[in-house]
Design a protein around this ligand. Structure first.
Ligand SMILES: Cc1cc2nc3c(=O)[nH]c(=O)nc-3n(C[C@H](O)[C@H](O)[C@H](O)COP(=O)(O)OP(=O)(O)OC[C@H]3O[C@@H](n4cnc5c(N)ncnc54)[C@H](O)[C@@H]3O)c2cc1C
Length: 495
Protein backbone atom coordinates (compact mmCIF):
# COMPACT_ATOMS: atom_id res chain seq x y z
CA UNK A 1 0.00 0.00 0.00
CA UNK A 2 1.30 3.42 -0.83
CA UNK A 3 -1.18 5.67 0.88
CA UNK A 4 0.83 8.26 2.73
CA UNK A 5 -0.09 9.69 6.10
CA UNK A 6 1.80 12.47 7.84
CA UNK A 7 1.34 12.89 11.59
CA UNK A 8 2.42 16.17 13.19
CA UNK A 9 3.58 15.95 16.81
CA UNK A 10 5.35 13.18 18.69
CA UNK A 11 3.40 13.32 21.95
CA UNK A 12 1.07 10.51 23.04
CA UNK A 13 -1.58 11.72 20.57
CA UNK A 14 0.76 11.66 17.59
CA UNK A 15 2.49 8.39 18.52
CA UNK A 16 -0.81 6.60 19.11
CA UNK A 17 -2.33 7.92 15.87
CA UNK A 18 0.80 7.00 13.88
CA UNK A 19 0.81 3.45 15.23
CA UNK A 20 -2.88 2.96 14.44
CA UNK A 21 -2.55 4.36 10.92
CA UNK A 22 0.44 2.10 10.24
CA UNK A 23 -1.61 -0.86 11.45
CA UNK A 24 -4.26 0.16 8.93
CA UNK A 25 -1.76 0.01 6.09
CA UNK A 26 -0.72 3.64 5.79
CA UNK A 27 2.86 4.56 5.08
CA UNK A 28 3.32 6.90 8.03
CA UNK A 29 5.80 9.68 8.70
CA UNK A 30 5.65 11.41 12.08
CA UNK A 31 7.24 14.86 12.38
CA UNK A 32 8.23 16.21 15.79
CA UNK A 33 9.77 19.62 16.36
CA UNK A 34 11.73 18.66 19.49
CA UNK A 35 14.78 16.42 19.46
CA UNK A 36 13.07 13.72 21.54
CA UNK A 37 9.66 12.06 21.37
CA UNK A 38 6.95 12.02 24.03
CA UNK A 39 5.74 15.63 23.81
CA UNK A 40 4.72 16.83 27.25
CA UNK A 41 5.74 13.37 28.47
CA UNK A 42 9.47 13.61 27.83
CA UNK A 43 12.19 12.98 30.37
CA UNK A 44 15.26 14.96 31.41
CA UNK A 45 18.41 13.20 32.55
CA UNK A 46 21.12 14.98 34.49
CA UNK A 47 23.73 14.04 37.13
CA UNK A 48 22.21 10.64 37.79
CA UNK A 49 18.61 11.96 38.02
CA UNK A 50 15.89 11.16 35.48
CA UNK A 51 12.91 13.50 35.72
CA UNK A 52 9.55 12.98 34.05
CA UNK A 53 9.00 16.46 32.60
CA UNK A 54 5.22 16.12 32.38
CA UNK A 55 2.66 13.50 33.42
CA UNK A 56 3.40 11.26 36.37
CA UNK A 57 0.06 9.56 37.20
CA UNK A 58 -0.68 6.37 35.29
CA UNK A 59 -4.45 6.09 35.60
CA UNK A 60 -7.11 4.02 33.79
CA UNK A 61 -4.76 1.09 33.04
CA UNK A 62 -7.47 -0.62 31.01
CA UNK A 63 -7.21 2.11 28.35
CA UNK A 64 -3.51 1.34 27.86
CA UNK A 65 -4.19 -2.42 27.79
CA UNK A 66 -6.89 -1.90 25.19
CA UNK A 67 -4.57 0.28 23.10
CA UNK A 68 -1.82 -2.36 22.90
CA UNK A 69 -4.37 -5.11 22.26
CA UNK A 70 -5.35 -3.29 19.05
CA UNK A 71 -2.01 -4.45 17.66
CA UNK A 72 -2.18 -7.99 19.03
CA UNK A 73 0.80 -7.25 21.24
CA UNK A 74 1.18 -7.25 24.99
CA UNK A 75 1.68 -4.03 26.87
CA UNK A 76 4.23 -5.72 29.15
CA UNK A 77 6.52 -6.28 26.16
CA UNK A 78 6.88 -2.46 26.00
CA UNK A 79 7.02 -1.46 29.67
CA UNK A 80 6.21 -2.92 33.05
CA UNK A 81 3.84 -1.57 35.67
CA UNK A 82 3.77 -1.52 39.45
CA UNK A 83 0.65 -0.85 41.48
CA UNK A 84 1.32 1.96 43.97
CA UNK A 85 0.34 1.57 47.61
CA UNK A 86 -0.18 4.05 49.18
CA UNK A 87 -1.87 5.85 46.32
CA UNK A 88 -1.08 9.34 47.63
CA UNK A 89 -0.70 11.59 50.64
CA UNK A 90 -2.77 14.72 51.12
CA UNK A 91 -1.70 17.67 53.26
CA UNK A 92 -4.64 19.76 54.44
CA UNK A 93 -2.86 22.19 56.75
CA UNK A 94 0.44 22.57 58.51
CA UNK A 95 0.90 19.29 60.36
CA UNK A 96 -2.37 17.77 59.12
CA UNK A 97 -2.22 15.08 56.48
CA UNK A 98 -3.86 11.81 55.42
CA UNK A 99 -2.53 8.94 53.38
CA UNK A 100 -4.86 7.06 51.01
CA UNK A 101 -3.80 3.45 50.71
CA UNK A 102 -4.97 0.80 48.28
CA UNK A 103 -7.48 -0.51 50.85
CA UNK A 104 -11.05 0.70 50.42
CA UNK A 105 -11.88 0.07 54.10
CA UNK A 106 -9.12 2.52 54.97
CA UNK A 107 -10.79 5.12 52.70
CA UNK A 108 -14.10 4.60 54.49
CA UNK A 109 -12.46 4.87 57.93
CA UNK A 110 -10.75 8.06 56.80
CA UNK A 111 -14.03 9.57 55.60
CA UNK A 112 -15.68 8.49 58.89
CA UNK A 113 -12.94 10.40 60.72
CA UNK A 114 -13.76 13.48 58.61
CA UNK A 115 -17.50 13.49 59.34
CA UNK A 116 -20.14 11.18 60.88
CA UNK A 117 -21.35 8.72 58.24
CA UNK A 118 -18.56 9.80 55.87
CA UNK A 119 -17.55 6.21 55.03
CA UNK A 120 -21.06 5.24 54.04
CA UNK A 121 -21.42 8.46 52.00
CA UNK A 122 -18.16 7.65 50.21
CA UNK A 123 -19.47 4.19 49.41
CA UNK A 124 -22.62 5.67 47.84
CA UNK A 125 -20.59 8.26 45.97
CA UNK A 126 -18.30 5.58 44.55
CA UNK A 127 -21.27 3.50 43.41
CA UNK A 128 -22.67 6.35 41.32
CA UNK A 129 -19.15 7.16 40.02
CA UNK A 130 -18.68 3.53 38.91
CA UNK A 131 -22.00 3.62 37.11
CA UNK A 132 -21.11 6.84 35.31
CA UNK A 133 -17.67 5.51 34.42
CA UNK A 134 -19.22 2.41 32.85
CA UNK A 135 -21.68 4.50 30.81
CA UNK A 136 -18.93 6.96 29.81
CA UNK A 137 -16.67 4.13 28.59
CA UNK A 138 -19.50 2.44 26.72
CA UNK A 139 -21.30 5.46 25.33
CA UNK A 140 -19.33 8.70 25.39
CA UNK A 141 -15.58 8.36 25.29
CA UNK A 142 -14.86 5.94 22.45
CA UNK A 143 -16.85 7.83 19.85
CA UNK A 144 -16.53 10.92 17.78
CA UNK A 145 -19.17 13.66 17.77
CA UNK A 146 -19.97 15.67 14.67
CA UNK A 147 -23.34 17.15 15.50
CA UNK A 148 -24.79 18.53 18.69
CA UNK A 149 -27.75 16.18 18.19
CA UNK A 150 -25.38 13.20 18.45
CA UNK A 151 -24.34 14.35 21.92
CA UNK A 152 -27.80 15.21 23.15
CA UNK A 153 -29.04 11.80 22.06
CA UNK A 154 -31.75 9.71 23.61
CA UNK A 155 -29.42 8.11 26.15
CA UNK A 156 -28.13 11.45 27.31
CA UNK A 157 -31.58 13.00 27.45
CA UNK A 158 -33.01 10.07 29.37
CA UNK A 159 -29.99 9.65 31.64
CA UNK A 160 -28.47 13.13 31.58
CA UNK A 161 -29.70 13.96 35.07
CA UNK A 162 -28.49 10.66 36.44
CA UNK A 163 -25.12 11.11 34.74
CA UNK A 164 -24.77 14.60 36.13
CA UNK A 165 -24.09 16.25 32.80
CA UNK A 166 -26.09 19.33 33.74
CA UNK A 167 -25.02 19.64 37.39
CA UNK A 168 -21.78 21.07 38.71
CA UNK A 169 -19.33 18.72 40.37
CA UNK A 170 -18.75 20.80 43.49
CA UNK A 171 -22.47 21.05 44.33
CA UNK A 172 -22.97 17.40 43.49
CA UNK A 173 -20.20 16.25 45.85
CA UNK A 174 -21.76 18.37 48.64
CA UNK A 175 -24.87 16.21 48.42
CA UNK A 176 -22.75 13.33 49.72
CA UNK A 177 -20.07 14.88 51.95
CA UNK A 178 -19.70 18.30 53.52
CA UNK A 179 -16.34 18.11 55.25
CA UNK A 180 -13.94 20.13 53.13
CA UNK A 181 -11.18 17.46 53.25
CA UNK A 182 -13.59 14.76 52.06
CA UNK A 183 -14.86 17.06 49.31
CA UNK A 184 -11.38 17.91 48.16
CA UNK A 185 -10.39 14.26 47.84
CA UNK A 186 -13.43 13.71 45.63
CA UNK A 187 -12.86 16.82 43.51
CA UNK A 188 -9.11 17.35 43.15
CA UNK A 189 -8.70 15.24 39.99
CA UNK A 190 -10.72 17.85 38.12
CA UNK A 191 -7.95 20.32 38.72
CA UNK A 192 -5.66 17.88 36.86
CA UNK A 193 -8.09 18.05 33.98
CA UNK A 194 -7.67 21.81 34.07
CA UNK A 195 -11.06 22.77 35.46
CA UNK A 196 -12.46 24.44 38.56
CA UNK A 197 -14.68 21.77 40.24
CA UNK A 198 -17.34 24.49 40.66
CA UNK A 199 -17.50 24.72 36.86
CA UNK A 200 -17.07 21.09 35.84
CA UNK A 201 -20.05 18.85 35.01
CA UNK A 202 -20.76 16.33 37.78
CA UNK A 203 -20.24 13.65 35.11
CA UNK A 204 -16.58 13.97 36.02
CA UNK A 205 -17.20 12.31 39.36
CA UNK A 206 -16.00 9.33 37.28
CA UNK A 207 -12.52 10.51 38.26
CA UNK A 208 -13.10 9.19 41.79
CA UNK A 209 -13.79 5.78 40.32
CA UNK A 210 -10.55 6.18 38.37
CA UNK A 211 -8.26 6.92 41.31
CA UNK A 212 -10.00 5.29 44.30
CA UNK A 213 -11.25 2.12 42.59
CA UNK A 214 -9.14 1.41 39.52
CA UNK A 215 -6.01 2.35 41.43
CA UNK A 216 -2.77 4.21 40.84
CA UNK A 217 0.17 2.63 39.01
CA UNK A 218 3.77 3.46 38.25
CA UNK A 219 5.29 2.48 34.91
CA UNK A 220 8.92 1.50 34.71
CA UNK A 221 10.90 4.55 33.58
CA UNK A 222 7.92 6.79 34.35
CA UNK A 223 5.35 8.18 31.94
CA UNK A 224 8.12 9.15 29.53
CA UNK A 225 9.03 5.44 29.46
CA UNK A 226 5.49 4.61 28.34
CA UNK A 227 5.79 7.12 25.49
CA UNK A 228 9.11 5.51 24.52
CA UNK A 229 7.35 2.12 24.52
CA UNK A 230 4.82 3.56 22.09
CA UNK A 231 7.62 4.93 19.93
CA UNK A 232 9.13 1.42 19.85
CA UNK A 233 5.75 0.05 18.72
CA UNK A 234 5.64 2.70 15.97
CA UNK A 235 9.08 1.66 14.72
CA UNK A 236 8.06 -2.00 14.63
CA UNK A 237 5.06 -1.05 12.53
CA UNK A 238 7.31 0.78 10.07
CA UNK A 239 6.48 4.38 11.04
CA UNK A 240 9.25 6.83 10.10
CA UNK A 241 9.82 8.98 13.19
CA UNK A 242 11.53 12.27 12.39
CA UNK A 243 12.66 14.51 15.25
CA UNK A 244 13.98 18.10 15.01
CA UNK A 245 11.38 18.55 12.29
CA UNK A 246 9.32 21.66 12.97
CA UNK A 247 6.33 21.83 10.64
CA UNK A 248 5.81 25.34 9.33
CA UNK A 249 2.91 24.81 6.95
CA UNK A 250 0.25 22.47 5.68
CA UNK A 251 -0.67 23.39 2.13
CA UNK A 252 -3.91 22.50 0.44
CA UNK A 253 -5.50 22.67 -2.95
CA UNK A 254 -9.27 22.78 -3.28
CA UNK A 255 -10.57 20.86 -0.29
CA UNK A 256 -7.54 18.66 0.34
CA UNK A 257 -4.31 19.03 2.28
CA UNK A 258 -1.53 17.90 -0.01
CA UNK A 259 1.83 18.78 1.55
CA UNK A 260 3.40 19.24 4.94
CA UNK A 261 6.48 21.45 4.97
CA UNK A 262 9.12 21.65 7.69
CA UNK A 263 11.37 24.56 8.71
CA UNK A 264 14.34 23.23 6.71
CA UNK A 265 12.19 23.26 3.58
CA UNK A 266 11.59 19.50 3.34
CA UNK A 267 8.22 18.71 1.78
CA UNK A 268 6.20 15.63 2.70
CA UNK A 269 3.36 14.67 0.39
CA UNK A 270 0.29 13.39 2.17
CA UNK A 271 -2.97 11.65 1.39
CA UNK A 272 -4.01 12.18 4.99
CA UNK A 273 -2.64 14.52 7.67
CA UNK A 274 -3.21 14.11 11.41
CA UNK A 275 -2.24 17.25 13.33
CA UNK A 276 -1.59 16.36 16.95
CA UNK A 277 0.21 19.41 18.31
CA UNK A 278 -1.51 22.26 20.15
CA UNK A 279 -4.66 22.81 18.08
CA UNK A 280 -4.54 26.61 18.18
CA UNK A 281 -0.98 26.61 16.80
CA UNK A 282 -1.77 24.00 14.11
CA UNK A 283 -4.74 26.05 12.88
CA UNK A 284 -3.42 29.58 13.16
CA UNK A 285 0.24 29.05 12.22
CA UNK A 286 0.32 26.12 9.81
CA UNK A 287 -2.78 26.78 7.71
CA UNK A 288 -3.59 29.71 5.48
CA UNK A 289 -6.58 31.71 6.69
CA UNK A 290 -9.10 30.21 4.22
CA UNK A 291 -8.33 26.71 5.51
CA UNK A 292 -8.92 27.45 9.19
CA UNK A 293 -11.97 25.99 10.89
CA UNK A 294 -12.00 28.42 13.82
CA UNK A 295 -11.83 32.21 14.04
CA UNK A 296 -9.73 34.30 16.37
CA UNK A 297 -12.92 35.12 18.24
CA UNK A 298 -13.50 31.41 18.82
CA UNK A 299 -10.05 30.98 20.40
CA UNK A 300 -10.36 34.14 22.47
CA UNK A 301 -13.63 32.89 23.93
CA UNK A 302 -12.25 29.50 25.07
CA UNK A 303 -11.73 28.72 28.75
CA UNK A 304 -8.11 27.69 28.84
CA UNK A 305 -6.86 25.02 31.20
CA UNK A 306 -4.14 26.23 33.57
CA UNK A 307 -0.51 26.69 32.81
CA UNK A 308 1.91 25.37 35.41
CA UNK A 309 4.82 26.46 37.51
CA UNK A 310 7.05 23.39 37.79
CA UNK A 311 10.32 22.88 39.62
CA UNK A 312 12.45 19.75 39.09
CA UNK A 313 14.69 19.29 42.09
CA UNK A 314 17.40 16.74 42.74
CA UNK A 315 17.77 16.61 46.51
CA UNK A 316 20.89 15.02 47.95
CA UNK A 317 19.20 13.37 50.94
CA UNK A 318 16.18 11.22 51.73
CA UNK A 319 12.87 12.98 52.50
CA UNK A 320 11.03 11.10 55.23
CA UNK A 321 7.72 12.96 55.27
CA UNK A 322 6.73 12.43 51.65
CA UNK A 323 5.16 9.60 49.64
CA UNK A 324 5.47 8.98 45.89
CA UNK A 325 2.49 11.30 45.15
CA UNK A 326 1.72 14.21 47.51
CA UNK A 327 -0.94 16.89 47.28
CA UNK A 328 -1.68 20.01 49.28
CA UNK A 329 -5.24 21.35 49.34
CA UNK A 330 -5.60 24.65 51.13
CA UNK A 331 -8.70 25.33 53.20
CA UNK A 332 -10.20 27.87 50.79
CA UNK A 333 -8.93 26.43 47.54
CA UNK A 334 -11.34 28.54 45.48
CA UNK A 335 -8.96 31.47 46.23
CA UNK A 336 -6.36 29.59 44.19
CA UNK A 337 -8.82 28.78 41.38
CA UNK A 338 -9.81 32.46 41.17
CA UNK A 339 -6.18 33.37 40.40
CA UNK A 340 -6.34 30.94 37.47
CA UNK A 341 -9.81 31.42 36.03
CA UNK A 342 -11.05 34.85 37.14
CA UNK A 343 -8.35 37.35 38.04
CA UNK A 344 -5.10 35.96 36.60
CA UNK A 345 -2.23 36.39 39.08
CA UNK A 346 0.45 34.32 40.77
CA UNK A 347 -1.24 32.43 43.64
CA UNK A 348 0.09 33.53 47.04
CA UNK A 349 -0.69 30.44 49.13
CA UNK A 350 -1.11 27.84 46.41
CA UNK A 351 -2.34 24.28 46.38
CA UNK A 352 0.43 22.11 44.98
CA UNK A 353 1.35 18.64 43.78
CA UNK A 354 4.69 17.19 44.72
CA UNK A 355 5.96 13.86 43.47
CA UNK A 356 8.93 11.96 44.69
CA UNK A 357 9.21 9.06 42.24
CA UNK A 358 12.51 7.95 43.78
CA UNK A 359 10.35 6.51 46.58
CA UNK A 360 9.34 3.82 44.05
CA UNK A 361 12.00 3.96 41.34
CA UNK A 362 15.49 3.98 42.81
CA UNK A 363 17.01 4.43 39.33
CA UNK A 364 15.44 7.91 39.05
CA UNK A 365 17.93 9.45 41.52
CA UNK A 366 21.43 8.66 42.80
CA UNK A 367 21.58 6.49 45.93
CA UNK A 368 20.46 8.33 49.05
CA UNK A 369 18.88 11.14 46.99
CA UNK A 370 15.33 12.09 45.97
CA UNK A 371 13.81 13.04 42.63
CA UNK A 372 11.31 15.83 43.35
CA UNK A 373 8.75 17.32 40.97
CA UNK A 374 6.82 20.30 42.32
CA UNK A 375 3.83 21.68 40.44
CA UNK A 376 1.59 24.71 41.04
CA UNK A 377 -1.30 25.30 38.59
CA UNK A 378 -1.22 28.92 37.40
CA UNK A 379 -3.16 31.14 35.00
CA UNK A 380 -1.96 31.12 31.38
CA UNK A 381 -0.55 34.43 30.14
CA UNK A 382 1.05 35.76 33.38
CA UNK A 383 4.24 37.79 33.43
CA UNK A 384 7.01 35.20 33.42
CA UNK A 385 10.47 36.80 33.70
CA UNK A 386 13.61 35.11 35.12
CA UNK A 387 13.33 37.24 38.22
CA UNK A 388 9.62 36.47 38.67
CA UNK A 389 10.11 32.72 38.51
CA UNK A 390 13.16 32.67 40.82
CA UNK A 391 11.27 34.75 43.37
CA UNK A 392 8.22 32.56 43.03
CA UNK A 393 10.25 29.39 43.54
CA UNK A 394 11.66 30.77 46.80
CA UNK A 395 8.16 31.74 47.87
CA UNK A 396 6.74 28.29 47.07
CA UNK A 397 9.61 26.41 48.70
CA UNK A 398 9.05 28.33 51.95
CA UNK A 399 5.36 27.42 51.64
CA UNK A 400 6.17 23.72 51.00
CA UNK A 401 8.37 23.70 54.10
CA UNK A 402 5.58 25.17 56.22
CA UNK A 403 3.05 22.62 54.98
CA UNK A 404 5.11 19.43 54.69
CA UNK A 405 7.98 20.13 57.05
CA UNK A 406 10.48 19.33 54.24
CA UNK A 407 13.11 21.96 53.44
CA UNK A 408 13.73 21.68 49.70
CA UNK A 409 16.18 24.56 49.68
CA UNK A 410 18.81 22.36 51.34
CA UNK A 411 21.06 19.78 49.60
CA UNK A 412 19.82 20.83 46.17
CA UNK A 413 21.99 19.10 43.56
CA UNK A 414 19.86 19.88 40.52
CA UNK A 415 17.26 22.57 39.95
CA UNK A 416 15.26 23.52 36.87
CA UNK A 417 12.18 25.70 36.58
CA UNK A 418 9.64 25.16 33.80
CA UNK A 419 6.80 27.66 33.33
CA UNK A 420 4.36 28.91 30.74
CA UNK A 421 7.04 30.43 28.54
CA UNK A 422 8.61 26.96 28.26
CA UNK A 423 5.22 25.51 27.28
CA UNK A 424 5.15 28.08 24.49
CA UNK A 425 8.75 27.49 23.35
CA UNK A 426 8.69 23.71 23.64
CA UNK A 427 5.15 22.93 22.45
CA UNK A 428 3.70 26.13 20.93
CA UNK A 429 1.07 26.08 23.68
CA UNK A 430 -1.67 28.71 23.36
CA UNK A 431 -0.86 31.42 25.96
CA UNK A 432 1.34 28.84 27.67
CA UNK A 433 -1.50 26.53 28.75
CA UNK A 434 -0.14 23.22 29.98
CA UNK A 435 -3.30 21.26 29.24
CA UNK A 436 -5.19 22.99 26.42
CA UNK A 437 -8.87 23.54 27.06
CA UNK A 438 -10.77 23.23 30.33
CA UNK A 439 -13.49 20.62 30.70
CA UNK A 440 -16.48 22.89 31.20
CA UNK A 441 -19.80 21.62 29.76
CA UNK A 442 -19.38 24.00 26.82
CA UNK A 443 -16.01 22.41 26.10
CA UNK A 444 -17.02 18.78 26.55
CA UNK A 445 -17.61 16.13 23.83
CA UNK A 446 -19.19 17.73 20.74
CA UNK A 447 -18.18 21.16 22.06
CA UNK A 448 -14.44 20.44 21.89
CA UNK A 449 -12.59 21.43 18.69
CA UNK A 450 -13.51 19.07 15.85
CA UNK A 451 -11.35 16.11 14.90
CA UNK A 452 -11.76 16.86 11.19
CA UNK A 453 -11.08 20.13 9.37
CA UNK A 454 -14.11 21.85 7.91
CA UNK A 455 -12.22 22.95 4.78
CA UNK A 456 -9.54 20.34 4.12
CA UNK A 457 -11.35 17.02 4.16
CA UNK A 458 -8.23 14.88 4.66
CA UNK A 459 -6.89 16.94 7.59
CA UNK A 460 -7.66 15.48 11.00
CA UNK A 461 -6.80 16.47 14.55
CA UNK A 462 -5.85 14.41 17.59
CA UNK A 463 -4.47 15.16 21.05
CA UNK A 464 -5.70 16.76 24.24
CA UNK A 465 -7.69 19.62 22.67
CA UNK A 466 -10.03 17.16 20.95
CA UNK A 467 -12.71 14.91 22.50
CA UNK A 468 -12.48 13.29 25.06
CA UNK A 469 -9.79 15.72 26.25
CA UNK A 470 -6.96 16.13 28.69
CA UNK A 471 -4.85 13.33 30.15
CA UNK A 472 -2.88 10.50 28.63
CA UNK A 473 -5.73 7.92 28.62
CA UNK A 474 -8.04 10.48 26.96
CA UNK A 475 -5.45 11.23 24.30
CA UNK A 476 -5.09 7.50 23.50
CA UNK A 477 -8.87 7.30 23.15
CA UNK A 478 -8.85 10.36 20.84
CA UNK A 479 -6.26 8.64 18.61
CA UNK A 480 -8.45 5.53 18.40
CA UNK A 481 -11.48 7.69 17.55
CA UNK A 482 -9.79 9.75 14.84
CA UNK A 483 -8.05 6.82 13.16
CA UNK A 484 -11.35 4.92 13.32
CA UNK A 485 -12.92 7.79 11.41
CA UNK A 486 -10.11 7.73 8.83
CA UNK A 487 -10.59 3.99 8.45
CA UNK A 488 -14.30 4.51 7.86
CA UNK A 489 -13.58 7.04 5.13
CA UNK A 490 -10.57 5.45 3.44
CA UNK A 491 -11.29 1.80 4.11
CA UNK A 492 -9.65 -0.99 6.03
CA UNK A 493 -6.25 -2.45 5.12
CA UNK A 494 -6.30 -4.50 1.96
CA UNK A 495 -3.04 -6.38 2.53
C1 LIG B 1 3.17 18.89 33.84
C2 LIG B 1 2.05 18.01 33.35
C3 LIG B 1 1.59 17.01 34.16
C4 LIG B 1 0.58 16.17 33.69
N1 LIG B 1 0.19 15.12 34.49
C5 LIG B 1 -0.58 14.14 33.95
C6 LIG B 1 -0.72 12.91 34.62
O1 LIG B 1 -0.15 12.72 35.72
N2 LIG B 1 -1.47 11.92 34.02
C7 LIG B 1 -2.06 12.12 32.81
O2 LIG B 1 -2.72 11.20 32.29
N3 LIG B 1 -1.94 13.30 32.14
C8 LIG B 1 -1.20 14.30 32.67
N4 LIG B 1 -0.97 15.45 31.98
C9 LIG B 1 -1.67 15.66 30.69
C10 LIG B 1 -1.01 14.86 29.58
O3 LIG B 1 0.39 14.92 29.70
C11 LIG B 1 -1.42 15.44 28.23
O4 LIG B 1 -2.84 15.50 28.15
C12 LIG B 1 -0.91 14.61 27.05
O5 LIG B 1 0.43 14.19 27.25
C13 LIG B 1 -1.04 15.44 25.78
O6 LIG B 1 -0.58 14.72 24.67
P1 LIG B 1 -0.68 15.36 23.22
O7 LIG B 1 -0.10 14.38 22.29
O8 LIG B 1 -2.05 15.86 22.98
O9 LIG B 1 0.23 16.70 23.29
P2 LIG B 1 1.79 16.87 23.46
O10 LIG B 1 2.34 15.90 24.40
O11 LIG B 1 2.05 18.31 23.72
O12 LIG B 1 2.36 16.51 22.00
C14 LIG B 1 2.27 17.41 20.94
C15 LIG B 1 3.61 17.41 20.22
O13 LIG B 1 3.51 18.22 19.05
C16 LIG B 1 4.76 18.85 18.86
N5 LIG B 1 4.58 20.00 17.98
C17 LIG B 1 3.91 21.15 18.23
N6 LIG B 1 3.99 21.97 17.17
C18 LIG B 1 4.71 21.32 16.23
C19 LIG B 1 5.12 21.66 14.91
N7 LIG B 1 4.81 22.83 14.36
N8 LIG B 1 5.87 20.76 14.22
C20 LIG B 1 6.19 19.57 14.77
N9 LIG B 1 5.83 19.20 16.00
C21 LIG B 1 5.09 20.06 16.74
C22 LIG B 1 5.17 19.24 20.27
O14 LIG B 1 6.55 19.49 20.34
C23 LIG B 1 4.74 18.00 21.06
O15 LIG B 1 5.79 17.06 21.13
C24 LIG B 1 0.01 16.34 32.42
C25 LIG B 1 0.46 17.40 31.61
C26 LIG B 1 1.47 18.22 32.07
C27 LIG B 1 1.96 19.33 31.19
Amino acid sequence: MNRKAVVIGGGYGGLASAALLARDGWKVTLLEKNSTLGGRARSWEIQGYTFDLGPSWYLMPEVFERFFSLFDVKREDYYSLRPLDPYYKVFFNEGESSVLTGDERQHEALFDSFQPGGGEALQRYKEQASYKYKVAMEEFLYRDYKRVSEFFNRKLMSEGLKLGVFKKLDKFVSQYVQDRRAKQILEYAMVFLGTDPADAPALYSIMSHVDLELGVFFPEKGMAGVAQGMAALCRQLGVTLVTDAEVTSITGSKDRADRVITADGTTYEADVVVASGDYHHMETQLLSSEHRTYSRRYWDSRVLAPSMFIAYLGIGRKLQGLEHHNLYFKEHWTDHFKTIFQTPSWPGDPCFYLSCISKTDSSSAPEGCENVFLLVPTAPGLEDSDRQREDYLNHVLAHVKRITGEDLTKDVEVQRIFTQRDFITDYHAFKGTALGLSHTLRQTAVFRPASRSRHLKNLFYAGQYTHPGVGVPMVLIAAENVTGEIRKIYGAPTA
